[in-house]
Write a protein that binds this ligand. Sequence first.
Ligand code: SF4
Length: 466
Amino acid sequence: MMGQRDDGQSRFVYNFRLEEHVPADHLVRKIDAVLDTSWVHGELASYYSHTGRPSIDPEVMIRMLILGYVFAIRSERRLCEEVQVNLAYRWFCRLDLEDRVADHSVFSRARHERFRQSDALRKVFEQVVAACISAGLVGSRSFSVDASLIAADVNKNKRVPGDEPVDWPAQQEASRAVRDYLAALDEAQESIHKGSGGGGRSDYGRSKPASQISLTDPQAAWVARKRQRAMFAYDANYLIDNKVGVIMDAEGTCANRSDEIAVAETMVERVERRFGVKPHRLAGDTVYGAARLLRWLMDRGIEPHVPVWDKSRRPDGKFSRADFNFDKQRNVYICPNGAELTSTGNIDQGRIVHYRASTNDCSVCPLKQKCTTAINRKVTRDIDQEVRDHVQSLANTPAFQHSSRERKKVEMAFAHMKRILKLDRLRLRGLAGARDEVLLTATAQNLRKLAKYVGHSPPYPQLAQQ
Ligand code: SF4
């Protein structure tokens, strides 16, 4: 006789405990065991009114967002649908079987208002980093820094050249991304008028106007680099501890080299301020070889393990700066023919000093053909050239080579971010959106790492080989 199932779905559910239906080895259990969000209520209380209808519990919203980034469900609409039907997700979000799941629209409002005002997402990230430190996953005293491009959520054909005037919509009709862009422009303009636009920490030569502007998300930078398709993008910046690759700090920035360098300082400083942890060595690629950053690191007792790009090499086979000896006492260069190159003491672009040989010396010099086609030879020197030379001299040391190998961990973190957590294209627009997404992704990555190690008694299996 053919059986037929009962129409059990019309029955009430009796004695149903969500707790009993979440598998013991489910990732949500491991993450829950290492994540503390009990502080959220107290921290955000002052951002909520004492009257009116009760809002959606912010702790539930934070847990839902974390869940979404851990399981690569970044669409808030889809996340709400998943939490609605997935028992394990409900359990993680502290929702009972009959609790109503928030509408996806409340996330957008909470992000733009209370979460940003209270810096809640950074606080969540830092709580998780603190948990990693307590679990002994941090402590190599060797950090790596890097940045990775993430495509902005725009149609790249909707763009205009940066030097063309744009007729932006009025404030009330403009999208939030456009309003944020115009507000940032006003702020920059104001700081120029007040005379505080230059010389600051983030002023690493960022003065060129954008070559293209997206009409959808004007804060996204147009990036056209070799061997990469041109696109509008933001940068995800990570500072990691090399022990097991815990992300110590993360920041979304506009995609340009000067911001990458500036935020490296911000992250190193912030980690020391928040956690009292300062690296002895910092590994990075050639982007971080800016003399000013190298000086900043050395002044703080941090050895930069960064390849320094020597731009003085001449492709035409003529003498490079390395062929000239610098006499520090007399502040002159001595050329291969024994003549002196002197400087006027003027500093160009805030960093560059020019040294020139005399026309009399060069005009009768037998080596002139190997030296210059100009009337006399000029050599430039960065005001922090000594630091550059010192960092360059570290390049062949075993410690430097070790740091170069360890730097792969930050590249692996970006690969994980893009392939597993699917952050190869942002979902949120504007710089604030990029910041939120980068922080949430880094939080999810640290939580997955923490969950993986907690439960093992030290020494951790993966650490034994290091
Ligand atoms: S050309 Fe001038 S700077 Fe160059 S080697 Fe001769 S004297 Fe020196």
